[in-house]
Ligand binder design. Sequence first.
Ligand SMILES: O=C(O)CCC(=O)C(=O)O
Ligand SMILES: [Mn+2]
Length: 198
Amino acid sequence: MDLFTSATTLTSIPIRDGELAFLPQLRLPWPNEEVLARLIAETGWREETVLVYGKRHLQPRLSAWHGDKAYRYSGLQLAPLPFTPLLDTIRRAAEAATGRRYNSVLLNYYRDGRDSMGMHSDDEPELGPEPAIASVSFGATRPFILRHKVTKETLRLPLTDGSLLFMAGRTQANWMHGINKTAKPLGGRVNLTFRNIA
Ligand SMILES: O=C(O)CCC(=O)C(=O)O
Ligand SMILES: [Mn+2]
């Protein structure tokens, strides 16, 4: 895709009780494949354990947390790494596209279709009552599942290579989201969720 003629404005996705918008291609100074390869090679990936009902489990993906503030997530405290020039460039592109500022990013690396993320909301108190989250994806397309907490209405959004999904307003309060496992032979995918921690 020609980065200089691609759309640079978000398209709103109307949902009940929340705000969602999508940009098919975030404008960056490098091709998506190059960004994916560098993110995989240059990130200090960790295989984190989480506490589920008092038991420790290995998360089915690799992750890394960059920013100025520590972050508590499923009973673990992630010590932040500083923003790298690459992450800062992606952050500035995400800020330009969404009109919001972000001081932190959680990276997740789904090595293949067996890696996943369980249904959850990004509703930690330090994100505020209406968190603005810019979710940027590189590599294999994985469906992003959104489920309304009360109506159980379910949306399935394919997050394609180079895309940005913006979640804001009451989306985290009213919806859960996650990435399912799949038996399809898929390559790697890196997702970055830019957040603002108070
Ligand atoms: O990989 C994704 O698209 C979702 C990531 C996510 O929900 C998170 O980092 O909180
Ligand atoms: Mn999330």
